[in-house]
Design a protein around this ligand. Structure first.
Ligand SMILES: Nc1ncnc2c1ncn2[C@@H]1O[C@H](COP(=O)(O)OP(=O)(O)OP(=O)(O)O)[C@@H](O)[C@H]1O
Ligand SMILES: [Mg+2]
Length: 255
């Protein structure tokens, strides 16, 4: 399958938004040793004209339940592509992704949306907030899609990211860092079991960045959420976790 230039992000968002967040629930955590995310021989390339770029070149990855993984690598290396593929938002050309033992791309589209809805939270690199909705409404959207009023949960999630005093602001009335925190609140509002975050601290100063990382780390510690966080900052991994580097289409352990 070759990619359509400029289409990936928007198409994936509109098609899959409903499936991104849902009633995952944070029950007690099973053993920490079982596998939560497993990929086998993942391949993905994009073709533009006659030129083909191989972004993922046979990625084999195993991430345990409750593990925190930091994904680093140069710009354009394929971090977002890998995250999309792990989250069910970008079909690989070859290979498989299993989340909690279930083959993500072996399901029908509707089943897959339901599965994502129940287990996966995703923080997009560029937030993807709905511009005409307030911060509170944006965070409440996933619940609304699932047919329930999640205003209380949305308020709690906004409080968790320190934005209780901005609930009525539209995205355009928020700073970049605040929009980023709203996006995080939206991703965690339904208590996912797996959280993918694409540069969640990219626009934050060091104090806010540390706060956001603490929120994400606490999700792993307190609720056993499996975290995969894309970051350019390898120092972040010092808060505890495994750092992987993506380079030339392959994954390497950090030195
Ligand atoms: N829809 C598309 N069509 C063609 N090429 C694409 C498409 N999406 C991404 N690419 C290319 O795939 C490569 C990997 O892109 P990706 O967004 O995964 O990189 P990244 O590691 O997340 O970069 P950054 O750190 O800048 O966010 C890039 O070279 C990019 O130009
Ligand atoms: Mg990216």
């Amino acid at each position: 399958m070759s990619g359509v230039p400029g289409k990936r992000r928007e198409g994936a968002l509109s098609e899959n938004f409903a499936g991104l967040h849902g009633a995952g629930g944070w029950p007690t955590v099973a053993g920490m040793n079982d596998v939560m995310i497993e990929t086998t021989d993942l391949h993905r390339s994009y073709t533009i004209g006659r030129k083909s770029i191989e972004v993922l070149h046979g990625i084999d990855l195993c991430i345990r339940r409750g593990e925190r993984v930091f994904l680093c690598g140069p710009s354009g290396a394929g971090k977002t592509t890998l995250l999309y593929t792990l989250a069910g938002l970008e079909h690989p050309e070859r290979g498989s992704v299993k989340i909690d033992g279930v083959d993500l791309y072996g399901m029908r589209r509707k089943e897959q949306a339901g599965f994502r809805n129940a287990r996966i939270g995703y923080v997009f690199q560029n937030y993807h907030l709905l511009p005409e909705l307030t911060a509170l409404e944006n965070v409440a959207v996933p619940g609304a899609i699932a047919g329930r009023d999640s205003t209380e949960l949305a308020l709690k999630a906004l409080e968790r990211v320190g934005l209780s005093d901005r609930t009525d602001h539209l995205p355009a009335e928020l700073s970049g860092g605040e929009q980023q925190r709203v996006a995080i609140a939206r991703a965690i509002v339904n208590e996912p079991k797996v959280l993918f975050a694409d540069e969640p601290t990219g626009n934050l100063d060091s104090k806010n960045s540390a706060e956001i990382m603490k929120i994400l780390m606490d999700l792993a510690t307190e609720h056993g959420v499996t975290l995969v966080v894309v970051t350019h900052d390898q120092n972040l991994a010092k808060v505890g976790g495994r750092t992987l580097i993506i380079r030339d289409g392959s994954i390497h352990a950090a030195e």
